[in-house]
Design a protein around this ligand. Structure first.
Ligand SMILES: [Zn+2]
Length: 378
């Protein structure tokens, strides 16, 4: 089945998804409120969990599944909302990902990220094969066949698809009938960071449940308790997402680097982004462009503190052009780009939006696009 032999997670801060601890502690403290909301939707057989990246979709989906399957549930502090006990045999089977009534469908890329690969997936584990980002039709068909088998432990069954945005069209279509009429006792839980990416026919068959980001103060406290310094800058740059902030910190992005970034990018210096994965680079550039545009029209920046910006307003039409270029590039971030040249070209175009100031790194060398191809191997 899709969840396979546990291995140690690839990164220490990845969601470890152990579920509720034996003392009743939630995997992430801000999941109590949506758990109460989920309880009110307990009769729905298909739930769509929506929330910003890094809010804890997978943790929450598994928390719901664990609670449904728990043989001795307790309640939250409100005395009403059921919560898995974290101690019974069923909870133990969920925590070790071998519960017969829980099936988790993940794209290969997610299983690589979590270190959850089967014995027969050595090439993926060694990085010799490129993991798919899709939830494929074969996985969905396997999942549907699984839903038709009887519950092993008699408390219903739970099929989790994470993230549902990764369902390709054939896979989404294969799922529709089961979403509409799942076998008795069967619950489907889908997650998404962007419900608009889902087929309307998938969306309309699910009850929606929004996973809110924690309040900034709570998010900062949670990160600081995990030893993260300069949590505020990371939280701002990730849009308030604590799990994302942890991942960023592990990639070497810290408050000092983020504070210097607006000045550097405005003068055409992209060195702080060199060598980073393209999706991360594009995310940072898009956030920089967003804030620059907000400031250009007198608004407040959202991702980079106002005090860290250079004086002088960028030219708005050029900035909007640059944003479009960034978005276009982001849609093709799996294209085999020549990453250093692409970074230089994008940063150069961004810096050109600012009034002429001190000499820019790229401009001094005549710009990259004319000298070599942006595509690797060309
Ligand atoms: Zn339990």
């Amino acid at each position: 089945m899709a969840t396979s032999t546990p291995r140690s997670p690839a990164r220490t801060s990845e969601p470890l998804v152990p579920g509720v601890a034996a003392d009743g502690t939630l995997p992430l403290p801000w999941l109590a409120a949506p758990l109460q909301a989920a309880h009110r939707l307990q009769r729905s057989h298909a739930l769509l969990l929506q929330g910003a990246a890094g809010v804890g979709h997978l943790e929450f989906a598994l928390l719901l599944a664990q609670t449904q399957l728990c043989e001795s549930p307790r309640t939250l502090d409100d005395g009403r909302t059921p919560l898995a006990c974290g101690r019974c045999a069923s909870c133990h089977l969920v925590a070790t990902r071998v519960h017969p009534d829980l099936l988790l469908l993940l794209p290969e890329a997610w299983r690589v990220r979590l270190g959850w690969l089967g014995e027969d997936e050595g090439r993926l584990a060694k990085g010799e094969a490129k993991p798919s980002k899709d939830l494929k039709v074969d996985q969905v068909r396997q999942g549907i066949a699984w839903t038709q088998q009887t519950s092993g432990r008699g408390r219903g069954k739970c099929l989790v698809l994470h993230p549902a945005d990764a369902l390709n069209t054939p896979a989404a279509n294969a799922l529709l009938k089961t979403l509409e009429e799942p076998p008795a006792g069967q619950r489907l839980i889908l997650t998404t960071t962007d419900a608009e990416q889902l087929l309307p026919t998938v969306r309309s068959r699910c009850q929606k449940l929004v996973l809110p980001l924690p309040a900034p103060h709570d998010a900062r406290a949670w990160l600081e308790a995990r030893g993260l310094a300069q949590a505020e800058a990371l939280l701002a740059a990730t849009g308030g997402s604590p799990l994302e902030a942890l991942v960023w910190a592990e990639e070497g992005l810290d408050g000092t680097l983020l504070a210097a970034l607006p000045q550097q990018l405005a003068r055409g210096d992209g060195s702080a982004l060199a060598g980073r994965a393209l999706p991360r680079v594009l995310d940072l550039l898009l956030k920089f462009a967003h804030d620059a545009a907000a400031r250009a029209v007198g608004g407040a920046p959202r991702f980079f503190a106002d005090a860290n910006w250079p004086a002088g307003a960028p030219a708005l039409p050029a900035l909007l052009d640059w944003q479009r270029t960034l978005m276009r590039t982001a849609r093709h971030d799996e294209h085999p780009w020549n990453a250093p040249l692409l970074l230089e070209s994008l940063v150069e175009q961004g810096a050109a939006c600012w009034p002429r100031g001190p000499a820019r790194a790229g401009a001094a060398r005549g710009g990259p696009a004319g000298r070599a191809s942006l595509h690797s191997g060309a």
